[in-house]
Design a protein around this ligand. Structure first.
Ligand code: GLN
Length: 473
């Protein structure tokens, strides 16, 4: 089955010309068009087929690129000049950007066939992909359940075997949590490893784009293609970028694994903790050591994250006023009313809540007691990680306190905010982290194991994740 192959397998077959890119692209297009997961906001049928034909021509001439001819998708907050970019918001319904994001250009340069734009929570705010203007996304493992969010469309598209890989973005967990819920591998790189140029920001000081794939190897290959210094992004890391794929030895002997004691105080589904413990046992058997570490402000990190991310979001979304971009209300009396009507009609409820909250914490009366305090706490949270990493090489634990829950279930409220408990502090500190599938709950739903490392240690994460993946198999 062509669609069941991994990205590396299909790329290899295309390279050897055992499969043509057109053939593979058609299979993906048909699967996407027949799918009821609602994972896509836009399907680029014609462009994808033209690119696939070109890829086949290049292959015939003996040319090579790492993703040549392979269909992949990108989240709908990544600017693409040949496709609408909507952030799943009414505010941007027909927005066609005048330029493309660096990650998009890089994927194309690597030869990928971009098959479409994936559905997401509106402006990347959420954990269940239910806030999208184009409707909710279904979990490919059980359609009565949420796929996670905000990159739910990307995770569902990869898990549902509609594409070989997809890009997501992660401000507080939006790549890792949906990857855990859909049983796929999701990676959030160190802040600055992947250019943010041309990606709609939720929280500019937290956001990173990263790959969602079916295997760890595929993920490392994708990161090879999208990482790198970009002078269009002032926060881009100007370093020598390694070959992430070459790090995948799966040898973990002597590795020091940190287990934060605070992880055990979180109200978590017991099965999740048991599976994380099983993974730790597996590491120990292979010669790794475990050490107890402490992340004392784990609970506080949720408040810090929501204060800072909402403050940044309220500022980033101020540009939508009905004049310059996207949607404009039809009925208004004067300029002020145009702003109000446009923003009232254009934004969904969750976005409005966050704009209100963000403006509240930034207002003159509250700035010192919320915003400045949260910035100080951010420094403390970073320090906590630094101290923990003096004792260990990686930190391991569950990605999320629960598995994919049913739409409208009682769990959804608790889970939607608690969902970020393990993931958001990683963005606060700008660290790299992966979610790799490991184990299943009683109902057969996958758990994700999160592996965190110090800044720029993505190779260490990939290597440990490969060990987990192979141990799981
Ligand atoms: N769930 C978090 C939120 O709703 C994270 C979102 C994200 O990473 N984009 O803000």
């Amino acid at each position: 089955m062509i669609y069941k192959l991994s990205l590396i397998e299909v790329a290899e077959k295309i390279k050897k010309r055992e499969l043509s890119s057109v053939e593979v692209t058609k299979v993906c297009l048909e699967r996407i068009e027949k799918s009821d997961l609602n994972a896509f906001n836009h399907i680029a049928r014609e462009n994808a087929l033209v690119s696939a034909k070109n890829a086949d021509k290049m292959l015939k001439k003996g040319e090579f690129a790492p993703l040549l001819g392979v269909p992949v998708a990108v989240k709908d907050n990544i600017c693409t000049e040949d496709m609408p970019t909507t952030c799943s918001s009414k505010m941007m319904q027909k927005y066609l950007p005048p330029y493309s994001a660096t990650v998009y250009k890089k994927l194309k340069k690597a030869g990928a066939i971009i098959i479409g734009k994936t559905n997401m929570d509106e402006f990347a705010m959420g954990t269940s992909n239910t806030t999208s203007y184009t409707g909710r996304v279904l979990n490919p493992i059980d359609k009565s359940r949420v796929p996670g969010g905000s990159s739910g469309g990307s995770a569902a598209a990869v898990g549902g075997q509609l594409v070989y890989a997809a890009l997501g973005t992660d401000t507080g967990g939006s790549i890792r949590q949906p990857s855990a819920f859909c049983g796929v591998v999701g990676f959030k790189p160190t802040y600055g490893v992947v250019s943010r140029y041309g990606i709609f920001a939720l929280g500019s000081s937290f956001d990173q784009a990263g790959p969602i794939t079916r295997t760890v190897e595929d993920n490392a290959l994708m990161l090879n293609c999208i990482s790198g210094y970009d002078d269009m992004d002032s926060t881009s890391q100007n370093i020598k970028y390694p070959d992430y794929l070459s790090a995948l030895k799966g040898d973990v002997k002597g590795l020091k694994i940190g287990v934060p004691k605070e992880y055990y105080n979180v109200d978590i589904d017991e099965g999740g903790r048991d599976t994380a413990n099983k993974a730790i046992e597996l590491f120990k058997k292979a010669g790794a050591e475990t050490v107890e570490v402490s992340l004392p402000d784990l609970e506080a990190s949720l408040s810090v994250y929501y204060i800072l991310a909402c403050a940044e979001a309220s500022s980033n979304l101020a540009m939508f006023d009905g004049i310059k971009y996207g949607f404009r209300a039809q009925n208004y009396e004067d300029l002020l009313d145009l702003y109000v009507a446009t923003r009232t009609e254009g934004f969904g409820d969750e976005v409005k809540r966050r704009i209100l909250f963000g403006n509240y914490v930034l207002s003159a009366d509250n700035y010192q007691s919320y915003y400045i305090k949260a910035l100080k706490a951010r420094t403390v949270i970073k320090e906590n990680y630094k101290k923990a990493f003096e004792k260990c090489d990686i930190i391991i634990g569950p990605t999320s306190p629960c598995t994919a829950y049913k739409f409208d279930s009682k769990l959804s409220f608790r889970c939607s905010f608690m969902s970020d408990i393990y993931t958001s502090s990683v963005n606060i500190a700008g660290l790299p982290a992966i979610s790799v599938p490991f184990g299943k709950d009683k109902e057969g739903l996958p758990y994700g194991l999160q592996i965190i490392a110090p800044p720029l240690c993505e190779q260490r994460i990939y290597n440990a994740a490969k060990f987990v993946q192979d141990g799981e198999a």
